[in-house]
Design a protein. Structure first.
Length: 127
C-alpha cells in the first residue's frame, strides 16, 4: 500500500517506476501531483500541460512526468488558507464577506487580531 507522496517522490527524486513495482494506480491522484509540481519553476509548465490534458489516464500522466522531469530534490510547504478563526473575526468586526476577509487578512498583525478578538468578546467594554 502506497500513499500519494510515494508517487511524487518517484517523479521528483527516485525515478523508480512504481507501476513496474506493482503499485496500485488507484493511489495516484493527478490533482495532488499537479499541485505539488506547480510550485517549482522547472516543473510548472509540465503541471500546466497535464492540467490542460486532464482527460489522459493516470497511468499516462504518471509516465509522462516520470520520463519528462529531471531528477531533483523538490520539497516545499503547501500554501494553506489563513486560520478560519481570524477570518471569522475580520468578517464580524468589519462586516466583510469571505473573499474580502481573505484579501485583507495579511494586513493584520497578531496584536491587531487579538485586539479585535477582545473587542468582540467583551462587546467593546473596557476591562
Amino acid at each position: 500500500m502506497s500513499d500519494i507522496w510515494n508517487w511524487v517522490k518517484s517523479i521528483n527524486s527516485s525515478k523508480k517506476n512504481l507501476l513496474e513495482a506493482g503499485e496500485d494506480i488507484k493511489q495516484y491522484s493527478p490533482y495532488v501531483v499537479n499541485k505539488s509540481l506547480s510550485y517549482y519553476v522547472d516543473t510548472v509548465l509540465f503541471a500546466n500541460e497535464m492540467n490542460r490534458s486532464y482527460h489522459i489516464s493516470p497511468e499516462a500522466q504518471y509516465l509522462f512526468y516520470l520520463h519528462s522531469i529531471r531528477k531533483g530534490n523538490r520539497y516545499s510547504r503547501w500554501v494553506k488558507k489563513a486560520s478560519t478563526e481570524n477570518i471569522e473575526l475580520i468578517k464580524k468586526y468589519y462586516n466583510y464577506n469571505d473573499a474580502r476577509a481573505y484579501e485583507v487578512i495579511d494586513l493584520f498583525s497578531d496584536e491587531q487580531l487579538n485586539y479585535i478578538k477582545n473587542k468582540l468578546e467583551n462587546c467593546g467594554l473596557k476591562q
